[in-house]
Design a protein around this ligand. Structure first.
Ligand SMILES: [Zn+2]
Length: 332
């Protein structure tokens, strides 16, 4: 085994104990309590609405809405704004966790992933006795819509590049690339806050959205300046937040990508579009399972990129107990 596979920790991880958060929902403005609990290997990240007694796996086939934030749902129970928490869990190498919420949104905290990272980092993550599974990109997969383009390229690591281009004097063109590992995620990406434009926010409020939004949980810009008294955390905080959103949305694949994602002018809906392209093109990736061997250490077992591999990833995307019918991946 060589390169990236040699560097990553072969075991799955969960939290060593539960952690509680409280905050408000960005769109509902409602107070939300959230408890993140340890979970068994191979169960992935799952949300649980305690008020509705409904579990919602954090998987791409459960996405029900992507306007403004990513919302996943099952049976009329939904959880919105999953992306910043899922990015934090990915960045910290947490594979399995149960996230209990008493309302419809993950608390917005300060609009970034930093509060989640700071609290989760304080407790030890727990190594589990099952190895990780990864999705290794072997041929380019792309998603295009209008002037949005997302390319997923073979790469020995997990790298994310985002480009944005806003017709606004404070933003314009920005580009950021990062190899996603805990150290770089925490330092360069986790603290970048969500952002909005004053005129759009007024419209959202008029439509009953962004009710919890304030300068405490978003960067707000008017035509010429940042309205937050403390200013920006990074001069390119806007594009860094796009990287954060992309990492959080791609966590909905249920296993880590080995590849380079290059996204230009993308949003949540496009990220889901890319994941659908991944599922539709099993000839462009391999499913890699890591195995521990007494003599040789950790072995990477590649399930070749065939129909078999396509079928193998399905248990991740659609757990067998879900009752959801999966369309054929590649026709018959
Ligand atoms: Zn965001």
């Amino acid at each position: 085994m060589k390169g990236f596979l040699k560097k990553i920790h072969p075991h799955q991880h969960t939290l060593s104990k539960e952690i509680s958060f409280s905050g408000i929902g960005l769109h509902s403005g409602l107070p939300i309590s959230m408890v993140i609990k340890p979970a068994k290997p191979d169960t992935g990240i799952r949300f649980f609405r305690t008020d509705l007694q409904q579990e919602i796996p954090a998987l791409m086939d459960r996405v029900v809405d992507t306007t403004l934030a990513t919302t996943i749902g099952v049976n009329n129970a939904s959880v919105s704004t999953t992306e910043h928490l899922l990015a934090a869990l990915t960045g910290l190498g947490i594979d399995n966790a149960l996230v209990e919420l008493n309302g419809p949104e993950v608390p917005i905290m300060d609009g970034s992933a930093a509060p989640f990272v700071h609290i989760i980092k304080r407790i030890e993550r727990k190594r589990q006795d099952v190895c990780r599974k990864l999705l290794k990109i072997t041929k380019e997969i792309s998603f295009q819509a209008g002037d949005t383009l997302i390319r997923l390229l073979p790469y020995d690591g997990y790298k994310v590049t985002c480009e944005i281009d806003f017709d606004h004097q404070l933003i314009r063109k920005q580009k950021y690339t990062v190899d996603v590992n805990s150290k770089r995620f925490i330092k360069e990406i986790s603290a970048a806050r969500t952002f909005g434009f004053m005129d759009q926010i007024e419209k959202l409020r008029a439509n009953g959205l962004a009710l919890g939004g304030s300068l405490a949980n978003a960067v707000v810009v008017d035509q010429t300046k940042v309205l937050n008294a403390e200013g920006l955390r990074f001069s390119d905080e806007f594009v860094r937040h796009k990287v954060l959103d992309l990492i959080g949305d791609l966590a909905l694949l249920g296993c880590q990508i080995i590849g380079h994602v290059v996204a230009s002018k993308s949003g949540h809906g496009h990220h889901v579009g890319l994941m659908k392209e991944i599922v539709a093109h099993p000839e462009c990736w391999e499913f890699v399972t890591l195995e521990k061997n007494e003599k040789e250490g950790v072995l990477a077992k590649v399930v070749s990129s065939t129909r078999e591999a396509g079928n193998l990833i399905l248990p991740f995307l659609v757990p067998s107990n879900s009752g959801v019918t999966v369309p054929s991946l590649r026709g018959s």
